[in-house]
Design a protein around this ligand. Structure first.
Ligand code: CMP
Length: 139
């Protein structure tokens, strides 16, 4: 059964371009509640660990360099059907294929610098949320 939480990161391209506030506004406007949020910068080791599932993929090295290159915003979000609804809100991984009006269509630069991350399953939402937050951070 779908849980009601997902995990997101506003990525370095979007924070560097000054899109953070506009993206958070879109997220809240779509009915998500922020349960935890922080502005931080991943070390290379943290980026490697977060994306360990992609180790060995041709884009892994670029992904790790990019995700540790500038600040991100990490957040746990709550809404009914959170994982699927958030992926609808952000659009396809490749912004060239993202539906009009989605966050990636409007703010992403490329498939690598694609503005936001959204968990792909309830299980990963829990794992990814725990990567960045402890229970006492969630309110
Ligand atoms: P994200 O949803 O954070 O999950 C994995 C990330 O890897 C993805 O968004 C993209 O930023 C990145 N990614 C996926 N496919 C490619 C690719 N072909 N080239 C570069 N980066 C990619």
């Amino acid at each position: 059964m779908a849980t009601n939480r997902t995990f997101t990161m506003i990525k370095p391209d979007a924070t560097a371009a000054g899109h953070t506030g506009k993206i958070i506004d879109r997220i809240i406007g779509a009915g998500f509640t922020i349960k935890a949020m922080k502005w931080t910068q991943l070390s290379k080791e943290e980026a490697q660990a977060f994306y360990a599932v992609h180790a060995g993929r041709p884009f892994y090295r670029e992904l790790v360099e990019y995700m540790s290159s500038a600040p991100i915003v990490a957040a746990i979000l709550e809404k009914d059907n959170a994982v699927a609804d958030f992926r609808d809100l952000i659009g396809a991984t490749n912004p060239a294929e993202a539906a009009p009006g989605t966050i990636r269509a409007d703010f992403a630069e490329s498939i690598a610098a694609n503005a936001v991350h959204g968990s792909d399953s309830d299980e990963n939402a829990l794992i990814e949320g725990k990567f960045h937050f402890s229970a006492s951070d969630i309110a």
